[in-house]
Design a protein around this ligand. Structure first.
Ligand SMILES: [Zn+2]
Length: 434
C-alpha cells in the first residue's frame, strides 16, 4: 500500500547516509502565545490553531505581506513573517496527512488488514517528525533542536504553561521519538536540549540529560535575550538582567565531554522581547563566540546558518572582504567572521578551534547562494572550511519558500555527490561524534 507523497524521490540513499544537522519539530502548542503579535490585535500563534484561519494566513503572508516587505527592504521583518508562514504550512501539512491516514485506516478496517507503523496516526511532534522524515531516504538521521520560548519575553508576557505544553513535555516527547525510531538498529533522531539560562535548574537539566543520553547535544538561541558568552560590556543596560553565568558551566562540561552545541548565529530570526531588538546584533554576533572560544577552544560548536542568507546575497552584490575602516567598525560580514574563526591557526599551524563548525540551514535555499557555497567548498584559499560545513535545513522554516525535499535535492544536485557526502555525512559524523 502506498501513499504517493510519502514515497521518496531521493530513494537512492548511499551507504554513507544523510545527516540533517538542523531541524525543528516543535508544534505551535509549544510556542509562546505572545509571538507574532504585531500587527494583529491578537496572537498569530493562536490563529494558527484554527485550520481555516491558518490557510488564510498562509495566503496573506506568502502572497502579500512577505513580497511587500521584501520590496520595501524590510528583510528581517520579512524573515519573521516567513517563519510564521512556515509554521502555518507545517500545521496544514499535518491536517492533510491526518486526513489521508484516517482514510487509509478506515480502508484497513474494512478490508481487515493491518497498517504498517508509518501509516498509523501520531500526534504532536511525532507527527511532524514523520512528515520531515518522509522527505528523505530511509535511515536519514536528524538533529532535532528543541525550543524553549517561555523566557523569550518579559515577565508580563511569559507564556502560561500548562503541563501538556510545557518545555519538559516537549523534551519528554523528543526522548520518546528518539527511543522509538530506529533504522536497521541505528538511532535516527538526535534531540538537542535548548539551554536558556533564565530557566531555573537548567544546568542540572542539561548535564543530567546528556549524561543519560536523553539528549545528544545542546541548543542556544541568544536572540531570545541572553548572551552566549556571558560577558559583554554593552549588552544589558537594564540592571535587572543577569549575565548567564550558568551557560559558562554548561560549556565547561560540554567541552570536556565533546558534546555538540548548535548556536543560532544570524543578524535575523525570531526575536524575543522588542527590548532586545536594539541588541539583536549584539546577542548573536560571531564575535561573542570568539570570546567564548578563547576560554573553551576545544568546544564542539556549530555557528548555525553561516552568517545568514542576507549577508550571502549581499556578498554577491558587494565585496565581502571589507575595507580596513569597515573592519574596524565591525562591519565585516558574519559569514566572513565565521570563516576566519574556522580557518584560524595557532603558532604550530594547527587549527585554533579544531571543533568549530557552521551549517547552511536556511541560508542556502536560493540557487545563487548554492553556487557560492560550492565555490567556497572547493576553494584553495580556505583549507579547513570544506571539513567544517554541515548540512542542515532548518525544517520547517523553509516550507514557505521551498519544500524540504526540493531543498535537499537542489543542494545535492548542485554540489554533486562527493561534496554533498562531505557536508551531509562525513562532517556531521565528526561533529556528532558518531
Ligand atoms: Zn533553526
Amino acid at each position: 500500500m502506498n501513499i504517493p507523497d510519502i514515497q521518496n524521490a531521493q530513494d537512492d540513499n548511499k551507504e554513507w547516509g544523510i545527516i540533517n544537522c538542523h531541524t525543528h519539530i516543535a508544534t505551535i502548542n509549544y510556542l509562546n502565545k505572545s509571538l507574532f503579535v504585531w500587527p494583529f490585535p491578537i496572537s498569530a500563534v493562536s490563529l494558527l490553531g484554527n485550520p481555516f484561519l491558518r490557510k488564510i494566513l498562509l495566503f496573506l503572508v506568502g502572497k502579500i505581506i512577505s513580497p511587500a516587505l521584501a520590496m520595501m527592504g524590510y528583510k528581517s521583518l520579512e524573515e519573521s513573517w516567513e517563519r510564521l508562514a512556515s509554521l502555518a504550512k507545517m500545521s496544514t501539512l499535518q491536517d492533510e496527512q491526518k486526513i489521508k491516514k484516517e482514510a487509509l485506516q478506515k480502508k484497513a478496517v474494512e478490508e481487515n488488514t493491518i497498517l504498517q507503523d508509518e501509516y498509523q496516526i501520531k500526534s504532536g511532534q511525532g507527527h511532524v517528525f514523520d512528515i520531515l522524515r518522509s522527505y528523505y531516504p530511509e535511515g536519514t538521521k536528524f538533529v532535532i533542536l528543541s525550543l524553549d520560548t517561555e523566557y523569550m519575553f518579559s515577565e508580563k508576557k511569559r507564556k502560561k504553561v500548562d503541563e501538556n505544553n510545557s518545555f519538559e513535555k516537549q523534551l519528554k516527547d523528543l526522548v520518546e521519538i528518539k527511543n522509538g525510531t530506529r533504522y536497521k538498529g541505528e538511532q535516527t533522531a538526535f534531540p538537542f536540549i535548548h539551554a536558556d539560562p533564565r530557566r531555573p535548574g537548567i544546568v542540572e537539566m542539561v548535564n543530567r540529560g546528556i549524561e543519560n543520553s536523553d539528549y545528544h547535544g545542546i541548543k542556544i538561541y541568544p536572540p531570545f535575550g541572553y548572551l552566549p558568552n556571558g560577558d559583554h560590556p554593552d549588552a544589558y543596560k537594564d540592571k535587572d538582567k543577569k549575565f548567564p553565568e550558568d551557560l559558562r558551566e554548561i560549556y565547561r562540561v560540554a567541552e570536556e565531554k565533546g558534546t555538540p552545541i548548535v548556536a543560532h548565529c544570524t543578524p535575523t530570526g525570531i526575536l524575543g522581547d522588542p527590548y532586545y531588538n536594539k541588541y539583536h546584533g549584539i546577542f548573536t554576533d560571531p564575535d561573542n563566540y570568539q570570546i567564548l572560544l578563547d576560554e573553551f577552544p576545544k568546544l564542539n560548536l556549530c555557528l548555525a546558518h553561516f552568517g545568514g542568507n542576507t549577508a550571502w546575497s549581499k556578498y554577491l552584490e558587494e565585496p565581502w572582504e571589507p575595507s580596513e575602516e569597515e573592519d574596524k567598525n565591525n562591519k565585516k560580514a558574519w559569514g566572513m567572521k565565521i570563516t576566519d574563526m574556522i580557518e584560524a591557526q595557532d603558532e604550530d599551524g594547527k587549527l585554533k578551534y579544531p571543533n568549530l563548525y557552521t551549517d547552511i540551514s536556511y541560508t542556502s535555499f536560493d540557487l545563487h547562494t548554492l553556487a557560492l557555497l560550492k565555490v567556497h567548498l572547493s576553494s584553495e584559499k580556505y583549507k579547513a572550511l570544506s571539513h567544517k560545513i554541515l548540512f542542515g535545513s532548518d525544517f520547517p522554516v523553509l516550507q514557505a519558500d521551498i519544500t524540504e525535499r526540493a531543498f535537499s535535492i537542489n543542494l545535492r544536485g548542485y554540489l554533486g555527490e562527493t561534496l554533498f557526502e562531505q557536508i551531509a555525512s562525513k562532517n556531521p559524523r565528526r561533529f556528532l561524534r558518531l
